[in-house]
Design a protein around this ligand. Structure first.
Ligand code: UDX
Length: 454
């Protein structure tokens, strides 16, 4: 009999996890309190953009290995293992994580746990959360002593969620007993057989691994962006610098891409939650550097706006600006804390007429920033523009033919906030190209282009 698994919370993390577990042959029941979302998933439709996920989901909905419900009673009855995958956003009134959804999920599930089972947290949480949730579970579950809690952080990236879940760099499980470890080894048997490292820790370490990994990644990006500022002041080229230091095996080339910085639903809120927890624990200095990391990251957005002002002769008032990209990163329709939209909104507030184009994130962007104007194509957005700003590095924009915008724009100024376009190509077509941390002219362009963003 395959293990029967429930996945509570069907956002990015939950749906991807549920579909991938079904792919590994487990029987999976996804649960969400949002009946609309559940109806859509049950019909095989994914309510957000994630390459490859719709195929996987519809395949396993069809095999019957993946089902959905809104009933905690049904989930409690069904599962040998229950995964908690609900969101832990930033609190509205502080830097810490809002654990309300996680606590609600545990409260709702616990009374239905009548037989031995394992509850596994996957959401990103402050260290110590699992300990508190375990106490609540044993207080409220009828099978109290037979219900155990483990932690299994998730490292998936949006846009690459399916591949990251099927073939992660490592699987980390924080357990309190050999039985819990055995069950989790069974869940991940296929991946362990494939040689994917399976790291067993205590629960507190497993909680911390996720936040520590995200804090390190954020630091890497902000480090490179700080270097980009130095490059601008000195005439050095951040792209060449990134390539050269990334070839040092101790540093590595990934996650060193300078530009407009990080956004999205994870990195910004996770480093803030870590700072908040360090403050609460009385060890503020342990995470003090993250304030700089956050500050450098946010300053990228104001730097980009300043670059637009500079390009437009000191003010953007009355100027038309085309913004290419609205999602916080390519291959996603997620606009949470999107650097691109933040820049677009700031420019509009400074009097610019801004037109935004994104290949898939338009609907979400319109909901988040309804006062911005949205276009149906890059060419339409660029009509009459005094500057074209490239703010999310979709492949479509890399492929954009500068000549195709001739006669469309008012002035040929391209500001590359992601340092992802080919400066020579744009300059050859008669455009003024500006990147963040890149030289003003082509003289010092790097001869190697071995770079990777994530
Ligand atoms: C991140 C972590 O990578 C993942 O492990 C965790 O589970 C969730 O948070 P995600 O937010 O999906 O994933 O995107 P990621 O690819 O990490 O990019 C985050 C942000 O950093 C994006 O805005 C991206 O544009 C930016 N970034 C990334 C850079 O600016 N430079 C880089 O070199 C890499």
């Amino acid at each position: 009999m395959p293990l029967r698994v429930t996945v509570i919370g069907t956002g990015y993390l939950g749906v991807t996890h549920a579909a991938c577990l079904a792919e590994f042959g487990l029987d999976v029941l996804g649960l969400d309190v949002d009946a609309g979302k559940i109806a859509s998933l049950a019909s095989g439709a994914v309510p957000f953009h994630e390459p490859g996920l719709a195929d996987l989901l519809s395949r396993h909905v069809a095999t019957g290995r993946l089902r959905f419900t809104t009933s905690f009673a049904e989930a409690g009855e069904f599962g040998d293992v229950h995964y908690l995958c609900v969101g832990t956003p930033q609190r509205w009134n502080g830097l810490g994580a809002d654990l309300r959804y996680l606590e609600d999920a545990v409260e709702s599930l616990a009374p239905h746990l009548r037989v031995q089972c394992l509850v596994v947290g996957k959401s990103t949480v402050p260290v110590g959360t699992a300990e508190r949730l375990a106490a609540r579970l044993s207080a409220h579950a009828p099978a109290n002593g037979d219900v155990e809690l483990a932690w299994n952080p998730e490292f998936l990236r949006e846009g690459k969620a399916v591949a990251d879940t099927l073939r992660p760099d490592r699987i980390v499980v924080g357990v309190r007993s050999e039985i819990a470890e055995k069950v989790l080894r069974e869940v991940h048997a296929a991946q362990i057989d494939d040689g994917i490292p399976f790291i067993v820790t205590d629960v507190a370490t497993a909680e911390l691994v996720k936040v520590a990994a995200n804090a390190f990644l954020a630091t890497k990006v902000s480090f490179m962006n700080a270097m980009a500022d130095l490059c601008e002041e000195t005439g050095a080229d951040v792209a060449a610098l990134q390539d050269a230091i990334g070839r040092d095996g101790r540093i590595g080339p990934r996650y060193l891409h300078a530009g407009l910085g990080f956004g999205g639903g994870c990195l910004p809120k996770d480093i803030r939650a870590l700072m908040a927890q360090a403050d609460e624990l009385g060890v503020s200095q342990a995470a003090a550097f993250l304030r700089e990391v956050d500050g450098i990251n946010m300053s990228r957005r104001t730097r980009m706006v300043a670059l637009a002002r500079e390009t437009c002769g000191g003010t953007v008032l009355g100027r038309r600006i085309a913004v290419l990209g609205a999602a916080f990163k390519p291959d996603s329709d997620d606009v949470r804390d999107s650097p691109a939209l933040s820049v677009a909104a700031q420019l509009q507030l400074q009097g610019a007429t801004v037109s935004v184009y994104d290949p898939v994130a338009r609907a979400n962007a319109e909901r988040a920033f309804p006062s911005l104007h949205y276009s149906g194509s890059a060419v339409e957005a660029a009509e009459g523009a005094h500057a074209v700003m490239h703010l999310t590095e979709w492949e479509e924009f890399r492929q954009l033919d500068p000549a195709g915008l001739d006669g469309v724009v008012a002035r040929k100024f391209i500001l590359d906030g992601r340092n992802a376009l080919d400066p020579d190509r744009w300059r050859r077509a008669g455009w003024t190209y500006r990147g963040l941390g890149r030289p003003l002219t082509a003289d010092r362009s790097p001869t190697s282009n071995a770079t990777s963003t994530a």
